[in-house]
Design a protein around this ligand. Sequence first.
Ligand code: CP
Length: 306
Amino acid sequence: MKKDLLGLKDLSAENIKHILDTADAMKLILKQPNKKTPHLQGKTVVNLFYENSTRTRLSFELAAKYMSANAANITAGGSSVQKGETLTDTARTINAMGTDILVMRHSMSGAPHLIAPLVSASVINAGDGMDEHPTQALLDMLTIREKKGHIDGLKVAIVGDIYHSRVVRSNIYGLTKLGAEISVGGPATLIPQGMEKMGVKVFKSVHEAIVDADVVMGLRIQLERQKSGLFPTLREYYRFFGIDEKRLKFAKPDALVMHPGPVNRGVEFSSGVIDGAQSVINEQVTSGVAVRMAVMSILSDGGFEE
Ligand code: CP
């Protein structure tokens, strides 16, 4: 059994479907006036975040509390990391306090893979550098399956900063395993070489990527990770690659509009598209709590089948 969730690259389609089915049941709990369940009673969940977060950190914390766990948060800024403690020493320290689940976000790709074999706690990757963000892709898949009834055969277009995105990598692994067809689009400078080898179609223009799409997923332009000018200005990005109501018409009329957040309004999407009838961005956030409840419940019950 696998005690950790480090990415979707090494998770089977059966494991992914098991998480989504469990998350469906968790959603029913979230609709109750009393959201308390005993799934994680007596367990301790620690969120260790070396990068900023609103959605992921809060939804893991709420998910843990809804399932009756003891939940605590540490951020790099307020911890002994500031005194020079290494990541492995910090993780071992947290583990020694009786932690059952360690949720980690780090700017370095592979950080949770380094820690997982060193601790008895289950490690969940909450985003590592430009590598993976598995629970984000799982909540995206849960939202798509809920809205469309299935994932197999859907055309999913992912547009924006493909190069820096851990969300796109996890979504490509997960969605292709469940039978979706994926197109990616964006400026050539923000699409890595050899992307086609991941089983996706690559387009340098947005309208080609989103034509007839069932799902249009925008990715945040990650200003904090741009080392040199990969595109001239945000205004120019929006002009050529931003999706407004007019450009969205290239997709199917009932296409879902999705974004992992945080959104740069007027960059990836117009405000009209973000707040429009096709947008399921807020539903994605709700799915995030259910998916994180499902993942922690499965890991606490022994982990994923190899
Ligand atoms: N989607 C996502 O990871 O958002 P946060 O950075 O707010 O957690």
